[in-house]
Design a protein around this ligand. Structure first.
Ligand code: PRT
Ligand code: MG
Length: 208
């Protein structure tokens, strides 16, 4: 059995055409089904539907052989125990700092709300800025509006969410896309099934 871990939503939506090109077609639709394991047109290939931030964990421990995860999630997960062979160039966005529109720069210690704690710590340290990082699990945009933080670190696509909350993007930390990740043991043990899949993904991406 080959198990592929993906998250519901934008990654699933953008991964479907890639999987289809590799002749992997899920039988159930996660939008209408509550199933967390989706059968495919192959009896020996299944998809598991999990939270985006959990994908590297499932793949690292071998509960999934392959996964698709955003680079934002992968750098925050911060593990050497995963192969990351292919940039799928899907679910693209930017990891950025943001602050209330026109707010002056803060001198001295800043407070930063984010779910990307490690990444934010590294970023502000690399800039020589002292930062108190405040871990949140969502609605980061709210933090500066209610005085919890001076900045947020979050992924930005259109910028509409920032604007709707009176915030503006400031510094680009990193361009983000989703990557294929592979469990190291699976790469060896299931090479016969995984390698052709990787080749097909490469081929599809090269033709885009
Ligand atoms: O939603 P959930 O809490 O389950 O987890 P998640 O938000 O991590 O998952 P999901 O599916 O929303 O995102 C999965 C991956 O998609 C992320 O890890 C990113 O790599 C990538 N991605 C691409 C994005 C976006 N674009 C994006 N715009 N992830 C999140 N957003 C959110 C952002 O957090 C903000 O709330 O969308 C809002 C900003 O969008 P704009 O268009 O208003 O700028
Ligand atoms: Mg989300």
């Amino acid at each position: 059995m080959l198990t592929i871990a993906v998250s519901k939503g934008r990654i699933y939506d953008e991964a479907l055409p890639l999987l289809a090109e590799a002749d992997i077609i899920p039988i159930d639709d996660p939008k209408t089904s509550r199933k967390l394991i989706l059968k495919t047109n192959h009896a020996d290939i299944q998809l598991i539907i999990i939270r985006a931030t959990d994908v590297p964990t499932f793949v690292e421990y071998g509960a999934a052989d392959i996964g698709i995860a955003g680079k934002d999630v992968l750098i925050e997960h911060d593990s050497d125990n995963l192969y990351e062979p292919i940039d799928l160039n899907i679910a693209c966005c930017k990891l950025m700092t943001a602050a209330p529109t026109n707010a002056p720069d803060i001198s001295g210690r800043v407070r930063v709300a984010t779910k990307y704690v490690k990444t934010a710590e590294r970023y502000f340290a690399s800039k020589g800025i002292q930062a108190k990082i405040i871990k949140l699990y969502g609605a980061m945009e709210l933090a500066p509006l209610v005085g919890l933080a001076d900045y947020i670190v979050d992924v930005v696509d259109t910028g509409n969410t920032l604007r709707a909350n009176g915030l503006e993007p400031r510094e680009l930390i990193m361009n983000i896309s989703s990557r294929l990740v592979v469990n190291k043991a699976s790469m060896k043990m299931k090479h016969q099934i995984i390698q052709p899949l990787l080749d097909q993904f490469e081929k599809t991406l090269a033709a885009r």
